[in-house]
Design a protein around this ligand. Structure first.
Ligand code: SF4
Length: 229
């Protein structure tokens, strides 16, 4: 795998568990607001970290860490993701996958092989306007397939949407919650203007706390739990 970075200890990336977070390089989307352009744009890639050294580190931390989160970029682009997760499982780690849902076949394979303990999938926009956020049109059937797979699996999961004033309307948020109707958990993330893949977005406004609260209330008409992060 092409690993662009590692966060060696986190209390917030895996619910109620201590975790290390691994960031893979490469993503097929180009979300305007992406905070990790160095993991998305080839020209910004750093020399990948040594996988063996990471596994050695994780072996030494088996007693201090419960889980490994594989994030990106988009981890499912990597052909050796399955074998990498098997190595984490051999070390007895819980594994959480952060995905944008573009590769339902890989997600299915991982679920079927019981290699995942938690899945977090980004929901970028209502299906009809997905490319407005992802900045590239890759079709949305794959996204719908991933949603169906995750919701019908027995694995703990969450869907999450980063909400940006210039991209999302109130109506969009209802549509997204409806798309994952009956989902056990939907997280609404407040956009934070900082480093963004599209530099113009670094100056864009976030929704206010009051607006986010209203979106949470609307989303709860469709999903079982909804939190603001
Ligand atoms: S925010 Fe978009 S571009 Fe950035 S890593 Fe996630 S899916 Fe890829």
């Amino acid at each position: 795998m092409l690993i662009g970075g590692i966060q060696k200890f986190s209390l917030i990336n895996y619910p109620k568990k201590t975790a290390a977070v691994i960031f893979t390089q490469g993503c097929r989307f180009l979300c305007h607001y992406c905070h990790n352009p160095e993991l998305v744009l080839d020209e910004k890639f750093q020399k990948p970290l040594d996988e063996k050294e990471i596994l050695e580190f994780l072996k030494k931390r088996q007693n201090q860490l419960d889980a490994v989160v594989i994030s990106g970029g988009e981890p499912t682009l990597h052909k050796d993701l399955v074998s990498f997760i098997k190595k984490l499982k051999d070390l007895n780690y819980l594994v959480k996958l952060d995905t944008n849902g573009i590769n339902p076949n890989i997600i299915k394979n991982l679920i079927d092989q019981k290699l995942l303990d938690y899945i977090a999938m980004d929901l970028k926009a209502p299906l009809e306007s997905y490319s407005k956020v992802t900045n590239i049109d890759l079709g949305v059937n794959l996204i719908q397939d991933s949603i169906n797979l995750i919701m019908s699996s027995k694995i703990e999961y969450e869907f999450r949407s980063t909400l940006v004033k210039n991209l999302h309307t109130k109506d969009d948020i209802s549509k997204m919650a409806k798309l994952i109707k009956n989902a056990s958990l939907y997280i609404l993330q407040k956009f934070r203007p900082q480093i963004t893949l599209n530099p113009a977005f670094s100056k864009y406004e976030a929704f206010s706390d009051e607006e986010m609260g209203k979106f949470q209330k609307t989303s709860l008409n469709y999903v079982k739990k909804c939190f603001i992060r």
